[in-house]
Design a protein around this ligand. Structure first.
Ligand code: ADP
Length: 170
């Protein structure tokens, strides 16, 4: 399994599947979710609606898959990250964030997809400390080397520096 880190916009990355940091409604939001729906077009939202009609909301830590619409990626895997609660024991949230990464790669594998790109799930509006979130993300992927290629796409400099540091110091 190859692991890469990129700085930029995940909607432009050419992989079999990109992952969306969705919310449990699956009906779109801001941040990376908004960018994916904007760039990918309405077929993605339509597919999300159909999933919602069938199964209801998507729980935190779970993942669903749709078309990639107009994106270079074939598919979008939508996963719902946990909201970080400040000042509490955050083991539960770390476990839920691990589930996001694990369930996304399992869903990719089930769909015969070999390469996947992740945004830094939960580090935007959901307020996860970036260092902790990156450690969780990298361990989750390394503990499950089931795909050929995993790309971490960092939108901001801080995340990019954290991932580069963690991935180089092994
Ligand atoms: P969450 O609600 O899971 O925190 P956000 O979308 O608010 O989701 O943020 C998750 C991460 O995605 C943040 O690090 C944010 O900087 C990043 N991000 C925002 N837009 C993009 C994009 N177009 N491509 C990749 N990452 C993005």
């Amino acid at each position: 399994m190859k692991i890469k880190v990129l700085k930029g916009d995940i909607t432009t990355v050419q992989v079999d599947a990109i992952v969306n940091a969705a919310n449990s409604s699956l009906l779109g939001g801001s941040g990376v979710d908004g960018a994916i729906h904007k760039a990918g077009g309405s077929t993605i939202l339509e597919a999300c609606r159909q999933i919602r009609n069938k199964q209801g909301k998507c729980n935190v830590g779970e993942a669903v898959i749709t078309t990639g619409g107009n994106l270079p990626a074939k598919k979008v895997i939508h996963t719902v990250g946990p909201v970080y609660q400040k000042g509490k024991n955050n083991e539960k949230e770390k476990e839920l964030l691990t589930n996001c990464y694990e369930n996304s790669i399992l869903l990719a594998k089930e769909n015969d997809l070999q390469s996947i790109a992740f945004p830094c799930i939960s580090t935007g509006i959901y307020r996860f400390p970036k260092q902790v979130a990156a450690e969780v993300a990298i361990s989750a992927i390394k503990n499950n080397p089931i795909l050929n290629e995993v790309v971490f796409v960092c939108f901001d400099d801080e995340n990019y520096e954290i991932y580069k540091e963690l991935l180089n110091n092994e």
